[in-house]
Design a protein around this ligand. Structure first.
Ligand SMILES: [Zn+2]
Length: 391
């Protein structure tokens, strides 16, 4: 008998083995068992048992404490054919684990019996380089990047705020970007709306934006909606997305976006800009104030700081739009502290940021206990500068 065979047989006598049938029927996570996969990364990547913990044999001694904190938990170890798992089971016993099993025949036997397994999703090899700086941050990593690639973000407006937000969200690999904008690119947009180029003048903003975003990152699916949001379409469109970026420049749209987002419980990354000043907040329905909590009534026209024609420093939307994009990424990844319940103001001339605590209004018409949302009856508000220039 070879030395190896002898050692293996000896090891197997000191551990308990179970069949793949037993694991499938009862020794599984649904019944409180921990499944431990001790194969190598490339084997794991090609498929593994659902809810298994990945801990290659070579790291077992070093990482068992962290990955398997409770030494009395029942553990089923498996590898490809049942050999490495036998040694691993013995090691675990030596480390003080009291209820360890090795799955006979391993993953191959499991597969041969037609039992269910899962194949982990991976960032494609061709995408590794593009997202390598994300993959190196533990809070993002491959899992986070996959989340971003699967995420859907809607930009309401492909203008000043939607431009920087859209470019950076596309670069970051947010998999689907929706763009709502009815307008056509005008030369006066080019001073700040970086989605649009000199050669875009006269194109619809959604087509111009699609062209730019494709150049930024062809991984990203861009869906375009050349329309005005109204009660007839907003819920259908919003329901497709995880987060809404609202950079609308008038109260009618801002209320419409807010109310629809509350009905569908979608978070909104909000921003607004005027001359040298910007504001941003994140509205998470029922977890913090909404836009109507902050602005229960539309500002009177002479104070409404927000029309296409209003003056704005060209770089300002870059700053505010990127605060919105940052909030979106955080929300999608579930990291950090969102601007929920805080209004951030930015003064470009003073170069100061201030955060104000803001709370929900009990009488809020959109998120209060007596709210009655009616998307069809949101009035049309005029904005100051249009009134002034047209009047
Ligand atoms: Zn509210």
């Amino acid at each position: 008998m070879s030395d190896f065979k002898e050692i293996l047989d000896q090891t197997k006598r000191q551990i308990r083995e179970v069949s793949v049938q037993e694991v499938n029927e009862k020794l599984n996570p649904a019944n409180g068992f921990t499944l431990l996969d001790v194969r190598e990364r490339d084997e794991w990547d090609q498929g593994h048992l659902d809810q298994a913990i990945f801990l290659p044999r070579g790291f077992l001694e070093v990482k068992a404490d962290k990955e398997l904190a409770d030494k009395s938990q029942p553990i089923v170890v498996y590898c490809a054919g049942g050999t490495r798992s036998a040694f691993a089971a013995k090691t675990l016993q030596d480390l003080g684990y009291t209820d360890v099993y090795s799955m006979r025949g391993g993953f191959n036997e499991w597969k041969n019996n037609g039992f269910r397994f899962v194949t982990p999703e991976k960032v494609g090899k061709d995408q590794m380089a593009r997202y390598s700086r994300h993959l190196r941050i533990p809070q993002v990593g491959e899992k986070g990047q996959l989340k971003l690639l699967k995420s859907k973000v809607l930009l309401v407006g492909a203008g000043g705020l939607g431009s920087p937000a859209g470019v950076y969200l596309a670069a970051a690999g947010v998999g689907t970007l929706g763009l709502v904008d009815y307008d056509v690119v005008d030369e006066s947009n080019l001073q700040r709306q970086i989605l649009h180029w000199t050669s875009s003048v006269g194109m619809t903003k959604v087509d111009s934006a699609r062209r730019t975003l494709f150049e930024v990152n062809p991984d990203v699916k861009v869906r375009t909606y050349q329309l005005h949001l109204d009660a007839s379409n907003i819920l259908d469109i919003f329901s497709e997305y995880d987060v809404i970026v609202s950079g609308s420049d008038n109260f009618t749209t801002a209320y419409m976006v807010n109310d629809a987002a509350i009905l569908l419980k979608k978070p909104v990354a909000y921003g607004s800009i005027f001359q040298f000043e910007g504001q941003a907040s994140t509205f998470i329905p029922y977890q913090g104030p909404c836009f109507r909590c902050l602005y229960p009534e539309a500002a009177p026209p002479e104070l409404a700081p927000s029309c296409d024609e209003a003056g704005v420093l060209g770089v300002l939307p870059g700053t505010v739009g990127l605060i919105q994009a940052t909030e979106v990424i955080k929300l999608l990844l579930g990291i950090g502290r969102p601007l929920n319940g805080r209004l951030l103001t930015y003064d470009a001339l003073e170069m100061t940021y201030r955060a104000f605590k803001v709370g929900r209004r009990p009488d809020c018409a959109a998120c209060g206990p007596n709210a009655r949302i009616d998307l069809a009856s949101i009035p049309e508000f005029v904005c100051a500068v249009q009134t002034a220039t047209k009047g």
